[in-house]
Design a protein around this ligand. Structure first.
Ligand SMILES: *Cc1c(COP(=O)(O)O)cnc(C)c1O
Length: 497
């Protein structure tokens, strides 16, 4: 149904895809903002998560619409099918995986970005300047050298491959791999990181043609930090075997337990060995905002490249991440390309010196900087630092509650925001413990009470809490502990899980 007064038989009649009635567009927008303000204000009273019922699943599996319906009917469908069944990460008691909670005002930035619909590959326009400004704010916030360079990306996974491509260009073989291909270098490249390194690094190494076997997984110590001696030995062995060590990866917050590698030691190894030093600070880099945590991250600002997700511990809506390089031009060396149809002009819209498309893989890029700009201007970086400090205090509080209870075992805690624990009781065997803890977690999640995730540490199934949530309070963790204890007692006694 199309109420635009066009002649449907005339294909040259313009703009059937703009609203036929701007009043209708305006009214729906107001309603959406109204409804969403209520929804966000009432989050705490909703389940964290609930299963998608059959009819909804069916509605979300219907075929391609050939003709349209009014936009407010589409919105009603959204309200009935999508809105009630989200992932859950905006709820105050979501602490699973490594998700962020989403600062509401940032969503206005996203909405505006879509409405003005700029693409940020290149060009002389204000949107390009906003991304540049946001990158320089992030450099300043993390004490990164101001003469370094950067790019906003979708996620840290995209950042890792971008950074490793720069590493390959800077520290790889003399032969131009971009032109000649990976075999032209002669020697096999190798990359080093701990066994706890995120799998996105392995993907990056695979995609760059290095091969995942040559991502050398170095063992960790009892705190799950990389064993620097073992790292040195591995580099030496590879050199002796005629391989070409390229890059050392340091973790500023591993996804499993929030462990921070000794970054300054890794930096020293990288400098001695003339390797690129890359830091994966996907969530942990933001602890750099706290003076109390700078010693822990010492060495981070000396790295050759750093990735961090703003959609994790800066609470931005998905997706936005950042890759920084210490040297200006390092990304361009790996990615700049030339084509007549994107070459710059002396003045006008194609004249801007900077081209983000020359710093990474993507040419068309969305205006993801605007939500960050909106949120940082609205709240100021200090408010984010306070929220991060709060999450660290909440994680410490949870660890204390766990330690204080005989029925709970603290399996790991970090100086950041990750705590892993499990329900225990006297005389329980390892299989009983795994079975009951799986059931406890499943009950918390499926009943929508709270959403930790899980991992396996030293062969133990554990409940894992990663607190990147600006809505959580200490009382939410008191609630979590109470629920784990009562579910544990019930399920261990043989109640069906
Ligand atoms: C989340 C995470 C990644 C991957 O980041 P994406 O934004 O999901 O691509 C990499 N490393 C660590 C430590 C992470 O927590």
């Amino acid at each position: 149904m199309n109420r635009h007064p066009i002649d449907p038989t005339d294909p040259t009649d313009p703009a059937p895809l703009d609203p036929a009635d701007w009043e209708e567009f305006r009214a729906l927008g107001k309603r959406i903002v109204d409804d969403m303000a209520d929804f966000l204000a009432g989050l705490r009273d909703r389940p964290v998560w609930q299963p998608v019922p059959g009819p909804v699943r069916a509605a979300l599996g219907t075929g391609l619409p050939h003709t349209g319906i009014p936009m407010d009917e589409v919105y009603e469908e959204f309200r009935a099918t999508v809105l009630p069944f989200p992932r859950g990460n905006i709820h105050p008691r979501f602490w699973g995986w490594a998700n962020g909670s989403g600062v509401p005002v940032a969503a206005y930035g996203d909405l505006l970005a879509s409405l003005i619909n700029c693409t940020l590959g290149s060009g002389e326009n204000a949107a390009m300047m906003v991304e540049q400004q946001v990158i320089s704010w992030l450099q300043e916030a993390l004490h990164w050298p101001a003469d370094g360079s950067g790019l906003l990306t979708s996620g840290a996974s995209m950042g890792q491959i971008t950074a490793l491509a720069a590493a390959r260009r800077a520290k790889g073989p003399a032969a131009d791999i971009r032109r000649e291909g990976i075999l032209a270098g002669g020697a096999q490249l190798t990359v080093y990181g701990s066994t706890e390194t995120h799998h996105s690094l392995e993907k990056a190494v695979e995609l760059l043609g290095i091969g995942s076997r040559f991502f050398r997984q170095i063992p960790v110590d009892h705190g799950r930090r990389i064993d620097v001696r073992a790292l040195r030995a591995a580099i030496r062995a590879d050199r002796d075997a005629g391989l070409h060590p390229l890059c050392v990866v340091g973790n500023a917050g591993t996804v499993n337990t929030g462990a921070v590698d000794p970054l300054d030691d890794l930096l020293a190894v990288a400098r001695e060995e003339n390797l690129w030093f890359h830091v994966d600070g996907a969530f942990g880099a933001f602890a750099q905002l706290l003076p109390s945590h700078r010693a822990l991250l010492f060495g981070l600002t000396e790295a050759d490249s750093l990735v961090f997700d703003l959609h994790k511990w800066l609470y931005m809506p998905f997706d936005v991440s950042c890759v920084l390089t210490r040297q200006a031009g390092a990304l361009e060396a790996a990615f700049a390309s030339h084509a007549d149809y994107i070459s710059k002009t002396a003045g006008g819209p194609a004249s801007y010196a900077l081209s983000f498309a020359d710093r990474g893989i993507e040419q068309s890029r969305r205006f993801r900087a605007l939500k960050v700009w909106f949120a940082l201007k609205t709240h100021g970086i200090d408010a984010f630092a306070r929220a991060i400090e709060g999450n660290i205090a909440q994680a410490a509080h949870l660890a204390e509650l766990v330690e204080a209870d005989d029925h709970l075992e603290l399996v790991s805690r970090s100086d950041l925001n990750v705590v892993c624990f499990r329900y225990v009781w006297p005389g329980a065997g390892p299989e009983d413990l795994d079975r009951v803890n799986r059931a406890v977690l499943s009950r918390l999640q499926t009943e929508g009470l709270a959403m930790p995730s899980h991992t396996v540490l030293d062969g133990k199934f554990v409940i894992r809490v990663a607190d990147n949530n600006h809505r959580s309070t200490l009382a939410d963790f008191d609630f979590l502990v109470r629920e784990v204890l009562s579910a544990g007692a019930a399920l261990r006694a043989g109640e069906p899980g």
